[in-house]
Ligand binder design. Structure first.
Ligand SMILES: [Zn+2]
Length: 560
């Protein structure tokens, strides 16, 4: 576990999709047991059937999926993971905004009226029947980042109570070519994610937060903001009913931000340039926001399904495998139907989870325990994983590390494996050995600016310090090379992903998925038989959380 960061980074960067770096022959490849393809087909076929209704949280299809996964966990010999129960309840609230007013900006010159939908979008995280912003002063807060470890504070010297933060998307050095810089160059960090920006604005006591949308640094168009912001939004139910959140969290188009700053007598481009510099200070704009809308509220519940394979000698130390089982339910109809069955995303990942459990049990329990968690409500914003990580059944300081599976591949065998968020933790050396043993090579994340590491369930654990791996299927296919890999990816993201076309096909090629699972098996086996506690590299954004959690565990005699 002592692989140094520069060596690993060089190794990752040295490999690329078209010209693999030569790999030394593996010394003695560990035995890799076969996984059951029949079992995985069965599970994927069942969970993606129409009578599971797309497994949206809180629906009868969701309940059916939970019961089915419990049964499959039991069949492969896992034990119930929550004090004799298979499930952990995840309490949610569904908030549907209606009758949104325009956003009116007043203070200097003629009031400006901006339309809900084309100009601005947003909602409230507060469980309250209506929301009203009245003359809330706009303050430009740059990237809205408070990062003491980097000496960065975009809220320095301002009291945000009653005010609305206007925030740039992504992080200050996103336009850099390489990965060097206070915020990892063009790679997105957690500070660049909108989830962070809303949370930080709330911590600052702001009344509202408006993120300025810009397609390149956001990595998606305004159409995505507009369509995903409509309809019911699920949130975790909290004791304070969201009172500690801002009253309103929204987005404005960049052209709207330019108009508002111009009305305030400022230049948006100049403000944005200043925000990239260390020592930036927030800029009150002297204009104020007004809006109102009503909320329909509904309490719903879903569950995480937890199975455990107890370890032989260190059963109170846990290696984690996760996959979300929920999906979108009903969605925009295509020629086929209007059920988003989520066969690839992520019935296939749950199938992988059960097949891994089956293999570990058949091969004999390792020294440490292994947790298999089928997580709920991922598509609603990682809510099931967030709930588990905030209310862990097994302490996070006793959780060694893990791997999250979100969508297996049906592109066939690949020579490479894509590493999303590599170069962050000592898990890299375990990964490197397993990849070499499988005779494959690693391709770094080709779009680190999109921040994929922060967009699936492993992130809920990572931000609380648990080292987590997230891998994506390879591009360099054994049959057809990188072009074939690209073509598969384009078809998948272009017409299948998050649509009713994500359906089960009996003639899928499982060979690539089986290879990936063998790799995951090797990683899990190594971690679960070892006594090491891999950590995030020095200086990584998640290191401090792990160090704090380990220090408090040591004080009470156990854990990392
Ligand atoms: Zn998914």
């Amino acid at each position: 576990m002592k692989q140094s960061l520069p060596v690993l980074a060089a190794l990752l960067l040295g490999a690329c999709a078209t010209a693999p770096a030569p790999q030394p022959a593996p010394p003695s490849p560990p035995p890799v047991p076969e996984m059951s393809e029949a079992l995985m087909k069965d599970i994927t076929r069942t969970l993606s059937r129409d009578d599971f209704e797309g497994r949206a949280p809180g629906t009868p299809g969701d309940e059916k999926a939970i019961a089915y996964i419990e049964q499959e966990f039991a069949k492969v010999g896992l034990q119930p993971g929550n004090k004799g129960k298979w499930t952990q309840d995840v309490p949610l609230v569904e908030i549907t905004a209606r009758d949104a007013s325009p956003l009116t900006i007043r203070g200097k010159g003629k009031p400006m009226t901006l339309a809900y939908g084309p100009d601005y979008m947003g909602s409230s995280y507060r469980v309250t029947p209506s929301i009203k912003l009245s003359d809330s002063e706009l303050v430009f807060v740059g990237y809205g980042i408070v990062a003491p470890e980097k000496g960065w504070n975009d809220y320095a010297g301002i009291d945000m109570r009653g005010k609305t933060a206007v925030i740039l998307v992504n992080d200050p050095d996103y336009e850099t070519e390489g990965l060097e810089g206070p915020f990892n160059g063009r790679a997105m960090t957690y500070y660049g994610r909108w989830t962070y920006k809303y949370a930080e604005a709330a911590r600052q006591g702001a009344e509202a937060a408006l993120i300025v949308h810009d397609t390149f640094p956001a990595a998606y168009g305004w159409n995505v903001v507009e369509s995903s912001g409509q309809g019911p939004q699920a949130f975790a139910r909290s004791k304070d009913g969201g009172a500690s959140e801002t009253a309103f969290n929204g987005w404005i188009q960049k052209s709207v931000a330019e108009k508002i700053t111009a009305a305030a007598g400022k230049d948006f481009a100049a403000l944005s340039a200043a925000a990239k510099q260390q020592g930036f200070r927030p800029v009150p704009l002297g204009v104020a926001a007004n809006l109102s809308f009503a909320n329909d509220l509904k309490e719903i519940s879903t569950s995480n399904v937890i199975g455990v394979l107890p370890g032989k000698t260190r059963p109170d130390q846990y290696v984690l495998f996760t996959a979300h089982y929920d999906h979108l339910g009903k969605c925009a109809p295509t020629e086929a139907d209007s059920i988003c069955n989520g066969a690839i995303d992520n019935a296939s990942g749950v199938a992988g989870l059960v097949a891994l459990a089956d293999t570990f049990r058949r091969e004999g329990a390792p020294e440490r325990s292994i947790l298999f968690i089928a997580l709920g409500a991922e598509e609603s914003g990682l809510l099931g994983s967030e709930y588990y990580a905030a209310n862990p059944v097994f302490p996070l300081s006793h959780t060694v590390g893990g791997l999250n599976m979100d969508s297996l591949t049906f592109a066939g065998k690949a020579k490479d494996v894509r590493v999303i968020g590599g170069g962050k933790s000592e898990l890299d050396s375990v990964l490197q050995d397993a990849v070499a043993a499988m005779g494959r090579y690693m391709t770094p994340d080709s779009t680190p600016e999109k921040g994929y590491y922060y967009r699936s369930d492993h992130f809920s654990f990572a931000k609380r310090g648990v080292p987590m791996l997230y891998l994506d299927y390879g591009f360099d296919l054994v049959n057809g090379g990188p072009e074939a890999g690209k073509a598969y990816e384009e078809t998948y993201t272009g017409s299948i992903y998050h649509s009713p076309r994500d359906e089960y096909h009996e003639d899928w090629d499982w060979s690539g998925a089986l290879d990936d699972l063998k790799l995951y098996y090797l990683i899990g086996r190594k971690l679960a038989d070892s006594a090491d506690w891999p950590n995030w590299y020095q200086g990584d954004e998640f290191r401090a959380a792990r160090d704090a959690s380990c220090a408090s565990a040591r004080a009470s005699g156990g854990g990392c």
